[in-house]
Ligand binder design. Structure first.
Ligand SMILES: [Fe+2]
Ligand SMILES: [Fe+2]
Length: 281
């Protein structure tokens, strides 16, 4: 058995989180723990439909079915790419080929970092830096970098018409789940202590280990600035939907990450335990 064989993915149907706004859900079970991790992307319907990130190659068939069950390929006008990681770019080539009327919203940084893996159709690209926006006909969308990220290319996407903020990797946290257990549907279904523990573990070990080096005051100002846009719902690549009073709580938690010491990062001893549990290979 390989480690990859031991990480089954589970399909969850697309979830509506706002007017015309859907999370495309993929779920992966965590190794060695009764936990699951979302691998999400999103679709925004409207005058000029938008595909937000492009999922994992491993989930290609289901992902394409989910996305094109919500929008016809020729109607897609924008593909917004947050950053260059494989769980966000896995079906980029397939989407750009299937959607001839789509422009690719990306950036110089993203092209520089990812051109080794994808031949960017530069004539179809729209480069958008942090804080800049684009008009999708019936709404303005702001490229808004979250406080926590694992690539310098990262920008989230804030839909000013619905209040929904796509936060890329930020707010990532595993949720109770594992084989045979449905993962939490919204963050309200997750125990607050488990949520905080998951955000610390992922935020520091899997996204932004540099948090221990940042100036806490300047970091807090960054969190406050992002929050000031007034989003009512947060969707993330790696969290169930965060809405209602949990939005405020989520920003409070992410603001505290800079001064927090995480538990040790799993090491070879942990891997040995997992391998033994998998049959001793
Ligand atoms: Fe990432
Ligand atoms: Fe990610």
């Amino acid at each position: 058995m390989s480690l990859l064989d031991a990480v089954p993915t589970v399909h969850q149907a697309p979830k509506k989180v706002g007017p015309g706004t859907y999370v495309i859900q993929d779920v992966q079970h965590a190794l060695g723990a009764p936990l699951s991790v979302y691998l999400n992307s999103a679709v925004i319907q409207g005058a000029e439909p938008i595909v937000v990130d492009t999922g994992s190659a491993r989930n290609r068939e289901q992902w394409l079915q989910d996305v094109f069950g919500l929008v016809e390929p020729e109607d897609v006008r924008w593909v917004f790419l947050t950053h260059d990681d494989s769980d966000h770019t896995g079906n980029l080539s397939q989407v750009m080929d299937a959607c001839p009327n789509a422009r690719l919203v990306c950036s110089w940084t993203l092209v520089e970092r990812f051109a080794n893996a994808y031949e960017f159709p530069l004539q179809r690209c729209r480069w958008l830096n942090d804080g800049e926006s684009f008009d999708a006909g019936d709404r303005m969308l702001v490229a808004l970098r979250p406080p926590v990220y694992d690539s310098p290319a990262t920008r989230g996407l804030y839909d000013t018409s619905t209040g929904v903020y796509w936060a890329a990797d930020a707010f990532a946290s595993p949720v109770p789940g594992g084989p045979g257990v449905a993962p939490a549907d919204t963050i309200a279904d997750v125990d607050p202590e488990a949520w905080w523990g998951g955000m610390v573990m992922f935020g520091i070990h899997a996204l932004s280990p540099w948090l221990s080096m940042v100036d806490a005051t300047r970091y807090a100002a960054c969190v406050k600035e992002v929050r000031s846009h007034g989003m009512s719902t947060i969707i993330s690549g790696h969290s169930p939907v965060i809405d209602g009073p949990r939005v405020e709580q989520a920003f409070d938690m992410i603001g505290r990450l800079a001064g927090t010491t995480p538990p040790p990062c799993p090491d070879q001893a942990v891997l040995d335990v997992m391998l033994a549990a998998m049959g001793g290979e």
